[in-house]
Structure formats: C-alpha cells, structure tokens
Ligand binder design. Sequence first.
Ligand code: BTN
Length: 326
Amino acid sequence: MLQDEVLAALGRADGYVSGEEMSRRFGVTRAAVHAAVERLRAEGYEIVSVTRKGHLLLSGPDKLGEGDLAAHLPEERMQTVRVLSEVDSTNRYLKSLVEDGLPEGFVVMADSQTKGRGRYGRSFVSPAGSGLYLSMLLKNAGSPQGLSDATSYAAVAAARAVRKVTGICPDIKWVNDLQIRGRKICGILTELSLKAESAEVQSCIVGIGINVRGRENFPPELRKIATTLEDENGGTKVRRAELAAALITELDLVRAALPAGKEEYLAEYRRLCVTKGPILLRDATGEREAVALGVADDFSLLVRYPDGKQECVRSGEVQVRRKVSS
Ligand code: BTN
C-alpha cells in the first residue's frame, strides 16, 4: 500500500524526503504521495511539509502496521514479514503457511491475538495496542535437541532486544520466561512438527509475546505475576515497531548462530538466569522441592532434591522460593 511505503520512506530517512523523489520511487503521481501524507496525518502521524524540501516525520502513534515496521528494517528483510492487525494465534497462522514452502526466517506478527497460545495449553492474553506477538519460522536448526536449544537462544535474543530499546535488562526465569523485578514480561512458545515417516523436524516455530503496556487491564491473577515494559520503564513510551525490528534482527542472529554459536548464547543465558537456590519444580508428575544449582550445557536445569540426588531437568516450570531468614 502506498501509505505504508511513504511511511517507511519517511521513517527510514534522517531528514526531509521530497515528494518528487517518492513519486519517482513508487511510480505514482506527486498528488498521490501528497494524499498518502494527508491520510497519515489523519491517523495521527505528525509530518512537517516544506516547499522545495519535502516531508519530515516528527512523531506518530504506536501502531504496528507494515509501514511502521518497515521504517526500522531493511526493505529486503520486509519481504519475508507479514504484519496482521488481528489473528487467532501467530504461531498457528504461521504453521498453516509452512506447507506453502515458506523460507526460513519468515515472520508473522499481529497487533492482537484472539487465541494467543501459551505453554501447557494455557492462553496468552494478547489485546490490541498492548504488546508484541511475533512468530518466526526456524527450519535449519536440525535435531529436536538443537531446536530445544533454539528456545533458549531466543530468550537471550528477546532479552537483548528489550535491553536495546528500553535500556532495561530483563532476567531469564528458567526455562524461557523473561521477567523484570520478579514479574513476567515475555513468554516463549516453541512448536515443533515432525515428519511422520522419519521423525525429522519439518518445522520449528518460535513464538514470542512481550507485554508492552496495559497492566491495569490484566485479569487480577495475572497482575500479581506479570508486568509490562512501560510499567517498568517509569512510564516512558516503548515503540512496538522498534521493539519488533530489534527482536527480528536478534532472532536472525540466532538463526545464523544455530547450532555453532552455542557458547556465546549459553554464557549470556547463564548470566541472565535468576533461577538459583530453593525452588518448587512442577511437571506432569506433580510438584517437588529442590535446589537449583545452575544451567547445564544443554540448557537443562541442574537441581538437587532434599534426598541429595541430583538431576538435570529438561522441562517443567519452576517457582523460586524465598529463602527464610533466621
Ligand atoms: C508462555 O509464556 O506460556 C508462552 C507464551 C507465548 C506467546 C506467544 S505470542 C506470539 C506467539 N503466538 C502464540 O499464540 N503464542 C506465542
């Protein structure tokens, strides 16, 4: 759409962009460019227009359209990104496209999800205008083990993107939640599909949800355990398109690093991971008390049980128990 192209051109530029240049680049008349600029203004984008200089984008609403994202990503990268205003689940939608021979690294993101999926069949609350809901197709990560590593690499990637855009350095709660001051801001759901005949990986989709604003609208039980970037950022606005671009860029680095770049991601994962000391471990078999000793080389959690037995736990959920001071 011309409006997205104009917005992307204005967003990428350091200064004014002339109407003539845009009309040439997009193969339309100057009047059409002018009309697109007017439509952007009507949507809340503040654009200064000066004769013989052109148009300058000063500010805009925190929208998550193609033009908003394209302002922060190279044109070539945008070829394999699809931005939707609403979808049931970006993971499900992306999976439905895989059969069509999508390239590795293809991204689907949406302003809202009506059936956002969480781990263990839970839902992920994804209202419009409030968060970043993004899925990326990873195919070349090889074995199922390599792909389970990919989830941990993705946690590091998401932490880096948040740090780059907000300056806040989130913690990782094993296995792949990001949190700030003990409250969750980001969850990751990796979904694998295997080829029935060979059990080889057919597709691996990494889905990442980041809470950006709107904690006041969370259901009460969620408000206790989750927060948003803007609540933790002293109210400073976070631009979702900028965050999305930073996340896509970091996930592209993950793709390039799989599996050989493990050392770097493992070291950073260990540095950020706050799951240490007394924990409550929950899995399909129930709940157990344990002490988390550290993250093993395959990103599993090394724990010691009260009977002294040690084990590397590969899945499940943990709750960090507060140490009782004497
Ligand atoms: C969790 O914390 O349980 C994982 C949440 C993962 C949510 C993301 S949002 C984008 C992608 N699409 C989904 O339906 N889920 C993931």
